[in-house]
Each structure stands twice: as C-alpha cells, then as structure tokens.
Design a protein around this ligand. Structure first.
Ligand code: NAD
Length: 497
C-alpha cells in the first residue's frame, strides 16, 4: 500500500468516512443539488452506519440531465473527430489511475467490498477507458459490392442519449463498461447509480470533466429506482437503455421502454454452474470454486453459485472445500479479510431466508449458515460463507439467485448429466468447467447455454471478452468490440452512379 492510501484507510477507519466525497448530482458538467432539495444517506455495509449523503433526485432532475445530454449531443462533442475522442478517453484512463486510491476507498465504503477487490475494479475501469480509447478511430463501416453501377457503404452513427442504470454490487465497473464504449461511439450518457452506491459515479463525473469531456456528455442523477430510474427509462428523450440489475426490475424497464420503442440491453441475474470433472486439477478447481462464490461475498451476477461435481470425487472434493471455506476470514473491507459484508439488511435477510428454508427441507448445511458481524467491531451486515450439499435440480436454492455467499452443490453421474444440470435453470449467464481434457472442455463449452464459459479459471477474461446473458439473464453484450454495437445505429448508404 502506498503512503497516500495508508492515510486514506486510516482516516476511514478513524472517522468512518473520507474527505472530498461528492454530494450533488453531476449535470451539465457541474455539481448541482436536487430540484426538491432532498438528500439521502449513504451507508457503509461494513458498519451499518451512514458516512455520506447525496442528492435525492426525482423526475425534474432527470429532465434537466436529459436536456443537458440532448444539447451536448449536437454540440462540440459531435464535432470532435474519433481520434481526438480516443485521446480524451486515454486521458480519462490516466486520471482514474491518478485518483485510484480515493476511488477505491470510496468504493469499499459504499459497496462494502474488500479494498483489494475495489482496487481491482478501479484498475479495470481505467483499463476499460484505455481499451475503448483505442477503438474510437477503428470503429469503421464496410463497403458493399453491388457492381459497377452502385456505391454502397455502412456508417456507424451514435445512437444518441443513453440511459445507464447501475446496480450496487459493481458500481464503478458496471458503469464504466457501458460508459466507455458509449463515449467511444460518440453517444452521451445519463447514468443512475444504485441508491446504495452513488459516490464513484459522481466522482467519475469530475474526473471526466478534468479529462476534457464537454459539459452534458456524461451526467449522473442519484436517487431511488422509483424516483429517478423509472422516469429516466420511460423518458422519450432517451434513445438507448443499458440496464444492469435484477430480472424483476429488468422486466419493468422493458415495459417502460416499449411505448417509446427505446432500444435496450438487459444484463440480469444468474445462477452459474461450475462443473468439476474427476480428471480436473483439483487444487486449481478448489481455488476456482472458492473465488467464484465468495468473491464480493457472492454478490456477483456471474458468481459460480452452483458446484456440479462428479460423484466419484464428490466426497473428497467437498470435504477440502469445506476446510478452505471454514478458514475464510470475514470482516470490514478495509481490513485484511477474505470476505466482506453483504450490501444491506434486506440482502442479509434474503440470504438467511434461502438458507433457513433449505434447512427446513432437510438440505445439509456443510458450513456457515448464519448471519454474523465484523469480529473487530461487532457491527455490519455479514453472512458466513455457506455450502449446501446434495441439492436436487428443482430445489429452490438451485433455481433462485441467492446473491450471497452460498454455494449449492449438485452431484453428476456422467458428463452428460453434468451438462443437463448446468443448463437446468432459467438463467444462462456464465458457466465454468474444470477438466484436464481440453477437447472435452470445448465440447462441453459448446453444449452449455451461457453468455460466457470459463475453462480452468472462473472469471477468466477481461474488458476484451464480450459479456452478457441468454434467457432470464438478459440480452445484449457488454465489453469487447461487440459493446460498441449497442451504442451505434447502422446506416447503409447506396448510390446509383
Ligand atoms: P435492482 O434491479 O433492484 O436495481 C438495479 C438498478 O435499477 C438500481 O440502480 C435501482 O435503483 C434501479 N431501479 C429500480 N427500480 C427501477 C425502475 N422501476 N426503473 C428503472 N430503474 C430502477 O438490482 P440490484 O439489487 O441493485 O442488483 C442486483 C441484481 O443485479 C442481481 O440480480 C444481479 O444478478 C444483477 N446484476 C447483473 C449483472 C450482469 O451483468 N448481468 C451485473 C451486476 C448485477
């Protein structure tokens, strides 16, 4: 840890907060209070205490932000050549790195994640700007062969004003993986961070202004889903919605978008399987399964929340897994721990409900299974790392997204059985495979219904690899060059010569 970061962490631990946190919406290149004057508290899940407050917006603030965005769409931003947009995104990347400590501690405080995870997310945000900076002047159309009497070509034109709705589990990374390609494609953005995690989006507003982004190109309105999210996605001034969140809210958003025929991409929940075959490198598989479910306390859309293990290794594999899981240290994200808190009391109650109902059905709880607190302070919203064993394919815990540190173990008799279990939920977001037989791994990968398949390393990949879901996990792809497509409308131009 560098000296500046040590100071910030000490300040946060001593006072419960840090200096220079944003407090207002970011609209038209400046901080503005909400029209109503209302504010809302931001709470540290690691202590359960409020440590900051921000503007609580409503439809009037949304109108202002969309007005600023629409003006910016046809202003200087539309005249900036792609190479210069790329240079601007590069400066944004460098500035995110320069402000990384402040961003990472703020991310830890509002999202509850471990500092090292928050640092990874901030580094990933800088990398996303860097990646799309390089794409700005390479996002080209094509020429279509119609013979000597015609000339025909395609143009990628910016879709326009993008509404971006962000969940609380990955505040900066989810925002940036939509924002950076949207800007690269020449769009303007109005973002609504989750109610619980407004800070890093607002901080990004200031950083992008410092990088030279014209006013109104990126706006942030903070507030609840009902007060800010709902009017934003129903607004006729929005041309595209990128929604990341739960299935229930995603369905609402789709309905709100329909009357205006607004385009949208939905990145929803998951119940992703990790298939461990008997021939796998079992040490690597144990590491992979632990990271897949306990990283960010299991609050990851693509968490590997189901372990599907071959029967012949089930007993030995699960016993090692339980040993490793029991050793995980739980506590506030600013301390040296292996797992942080869950994001809210509602989330804690929801996770506990799933485990209690499983217990009542006779499901074996191999470890964990209780809510707990930070061992140093006795505060915060924590749930023990938990493993439920031998679950039937139709069990509630297998079928529903728990969104917490609860691993559901299913036993497979054959590879075909493992594939059928893996594909046996409404979700189809991610899937993992552990085996030493790479030919088999690629055959299985082709049979799995998932937007991304990881072989021998769960979460492998980066901003370069497209990410998204199928079926109840949504549609559309973030990351990679595919993400640029979401933010452009393709035009073909054909002339008779
Ligand atoms: P949520 O659906 O409750 O909220 C997501 C966002 O939508 C928040 O900003 C919220 O304020 C806003 N919102 C709520 N009601 C709205 C409305 N009527 N109109 C518009 N916006 C509204 O989800 P959450 O609890 O914040 O996040 C957890 C969920 O997100 C999980 O299901 C998780 O799997 C999913 N998620 C998916 C991905 C992915 O990439 N697929 C990534 C992260 C999280």
């Amino acid at each position: 840890m560098n000296v500046a970061l040590v100071h910030l962490v000490n300040e946060a631990r001593r006072t419960g907060s840090i200096a220079d946190l944003p407090e207002q919406h970011w609209i038209d290149g400046r901080s503005v209070p909400s029209v109503s004057g209302r504010r809302m508290e931001t709470i540290d899940p690691g202590t359960g205490k409020a440590f900051a407050s921000v503007a609580a917006g409503n439809a009037l603030d949304v109108d202002l932000a969309i007005g600023a965005a629409r003006t910016a769409l046809s202003g200087p931003w539309s005249k900036i050549v792609p190479a210069e947009r790329g240079r601007l995104l590069s400066r944004a990347s460098a500035l995110i790195r320069a402000h990384a400590d402040h961003l990472a501690v703020a991310e830890t405080l509002h999202a509850g994640k471990r500092l090292v995870e928050a640092q990874g997310d901030v580094g990933g945000a800088a990398r996303a700007f860097e990646y799309y900076a390089g794409a700005c002047d390479k996002f080209q159309g094509s020429s279509i062969p119609l013979g000597p009497d015609y000339i025909s070509y395609t143009r990628h034109e910016p879709i326009g004003v993008v509404a971006q709705i962000v969940p609380w589990n990955y505040p900066i990374s989810t925002l940036v993986r939509g924002l950076a390609p949207a800007l690269a494609a020449g769009c303007v953005v109005v973002a609504k961070p989750a109610d619980q995690t407004p800070l890093t989006a607002l901080m990004l507003g200031k950083i992008l202004a410092e990088a030279g982004l014209p006013p109104g190109v990126f706006n942030v309105v903070t507030g609840t889903g009902a007060d800010v999210g709902a009017p934003l996605v129903a607004h006729p001034g929005i041309d595209h919605i990128t929604f990341t969140g739960s299935v229930a809210t995603g369905i609402n958003v789709m309905q709100s978008a329909a009357p205006n025929v607004t385009r949208l991409a939905l990145e929803l929940g998951g119940k992703s399987p990790v298939v461990v075959l008997a021939d796998a490198d079992l040490d690597a598989a144990i590491d992979g399964v632990i990271g897949a479910i306990f990283e960010n306390a299991g609050q990851i859309c693509s968490a590997g929340s189901r372990l599907i293990v071959e029967r012949q290794i089930h007993a030995s594999f699960v016993s090692k897994l339980v040993e490793r899981t029991r050793a995980l240290r739980v506590g506030h994200g600013l301390r040296a721990v292996d797992m942080g808190p869950v994001n809210s009391p509602a989330q804690l109650a929801r996770i506990g409900g799933f485990v209690e109902r499983a217990r009542a059905r006779g499901v074996e709880v191999l470890c964990g299974g209780q809510s707990t607190a930070d061992p140093e302070t006795g505060l915060g919203w924590f749930y023990e790392p938990t493993i439920l064993d031998g679950l039937a394919p139709n069990d509630e815990a297998v079928q529903c997204e728990i969104f917490g540190p609860v691993l559901c173990v299913q036993i497979a008799d054959t590879v075909e059985h493992a594939i059928s279990l893996a594909n046996g939920t409404d979700y189809a977001l991610a899937a993992g495979i552990y085996t030493r037989d790479l030919s088999n791994a690629h055959r299985i990968a082709a049979s799995l219904d998932a937007g991304q398949v990881y072989i021998n390393e769960f979460f492998a990949g980066g901003i370069e690899t497209p990410f998204g879901g199928n079926r109840a996990s949504g549609f559309g792809r973030a990351k990679g060059l595919e993400a640029l497509m979401s933010f452009s409308k393709l035009k073909s131009v054909t002339a008779r010569l």
